[in-house]
Design a protein around this ligand. Structure first.
Ligand code: HSE
Length: 405
């Protein structure tokens, strides 16, 4: 079957590579018919690339090729990926994507259009890179009421935090290493400020609870305030700091969803997820906790999920896979800061006595090289707003949520 690939960056080139290098196994799964890449769309030139003959800068070459039934979109960003995807779906072509920004922003419209035109819009690679999570959540856990989800959803930040924890590396050096390895987005802001994880939270929440959640509904904090001092205090209580996306069911028409650094204790399945690996822990009322683990970023792991979707779409050109969700609403995602109680780690320029007078008997932490005027402690459970009120008048340096996962 003729297919096309839009975007020839890390993921797109990986998709072409996997299609070529895994021809035999792919053919077995598509009734003997291999996937043949007929067009690669990219505005850049790739002189000397062995696939030079397949390149086009004109989207219409794909749109107007009646033999192309399945297109992989690995362009990233909302536009022009949204416009191209819409046109392809309306032309009766299935589209598969690794583009989490597009699914998080425009997934509802694209899924509805796919339904209307009887084609598939698949997005397994948009969350967790190569980890199977979209189908397992939608199909294998279909009998459960999902109570909550916690995920390490960004490979770059997990890589950075792991280097800070294990090698005592500076943040900036660890970021540079992540970029050299091809994990970080072109502009690493999306990784380190948590926006990339936020988009993945939107997709998971939409899928788990059936209503579209948009990025602006998910309170998001990145890892740029995390220091080696925080890492050191948390290590003293057998914990590690992870960038977590958390989703909690509240009622039929309310959920909480947020992204932030969070402390997980050794013993949690999430604590030992290191480097570029991702993990998504889903808490179902029948199954209990299920954890999905694997490579969450990188060329071939992500291509593995994209090509699997292409195979699925190629096998189902006459039938729609039922993935999707309905419209959301503005008040669907509650303000977690006033509704969810949890303990917090706090580091402050203060004294034990001053902290006790506000927080009562709390657990104080220590670290090597701790200055005399610095305290770090773990609070009782409270909402973030209650914490903020208590911290008024205290010179705090950092606060980090503590999870129950
Ligand atoms: N930059 C992303 C990450 C790529 O580090 O996880 C995969 O979405």
């Amino acid at each position: 079957m003729k297919v096309a690939v839009m975007g020839y960056g890390t993921v797109g080139s990986g998709v072409v590579e996997v299609i070529e290098s895994h021809r035999a196994v792919i053919s077995k799964r598509t009734d003997g018919e291999p996937l043949e890449v007929a067009h690669i769309l990219d505005l850049r030139d790739f002189p000397g690339d062995e696939r030079e003959a397949l390149f086009t800068k004109d989207f219409n070459d794909i749109l107007n090729d009646g033999e192309v039934k399945v297109v992989a979109e690995a362009m990233g960003g909302v536009n022009p990926a949204y416009d191209f995807t819409m046109k392809l779906l309306k032309a009766g072509k299935s589209v598969v994507t690794s583009n989490k920004e597009l699914v998080a922003q425009k997934g509802l419209e694209l899924l509805e259009t796919a339904k209307e035109y009887g084609v598939n819009y698949l997005f397994e690679a948009s969350v967790g890179g190569g980890i199977p999570i979209i189908r397992p959540m939608d199909q294998c856990l279909a009998a459960n009421n999902i109570e909550g989800i916690a995920g390490i959803l960004n490979g770059t930040t997990n890589f950075i935090l792991t280097r800070m924890i294990e090698d005592k590396m500076e943040f900036s050096k660890a970021l540079k290493l992540a970029q050299e390895n091809g994990y970080a987005e072109q502009d690493p802001t999306a990784d380190i400020e948590g926006f990339d994880a936020c988009r993945k939270v939107c997709i998971l929440a939409s899928l788990a609870f059936g209503k579209h959640v948009y990025p602006n509904q998910v309170e998001t904090e990145g890892i740029t305030n995390i220091t080696r001092e925080d890492v050191s205090y948390i290590a003293s209580i057998n914990g590690v700091i992870k960038l977590l996306g958390q989703i909690k069911y509240i009622s039929e028409d309310k959920i909480a969803a947020f992204v932030s650094p969070a402390v997980v204790f050794n013993g949690s399945q999430l604590a030992s997820v290191n480097d570029v690996f991702n993990a998504i822990l889903v808490r179902g009322d029948a199954v209990g906790d299920v954890c999905f683990y694997g490579r969450g970023a990188g060329k071939l792991p992500t291509a593995s999920a994209v090509v699997a979707d292409m195979v699925d779409a190629a096998k189902h050109t006459e039938r729609r896979k039922i993935f999707g969700w309905g419209a959301g609403s503005e008040d669907y995602v509650v303000d977690y800061k006033t509704t969810i109680s949890m303990p917090f780690y706090v580091r402050a320029k203060s004294s034990v006595g001053a902290i006790k007078s506000v927080f009562g008997e709390v657990k104080f932490l220590s670290r090597y090289g701790q200055p005399a005027d610095e305290v770090a402690f773990i609070t009782d459970k409270m909402t973030e707003n209650e914490l903020k009120n208590k911290l008024e008048g205290i010179k705090f340096i950092n606060t980090i949520k503590i999870t129950d996962y």
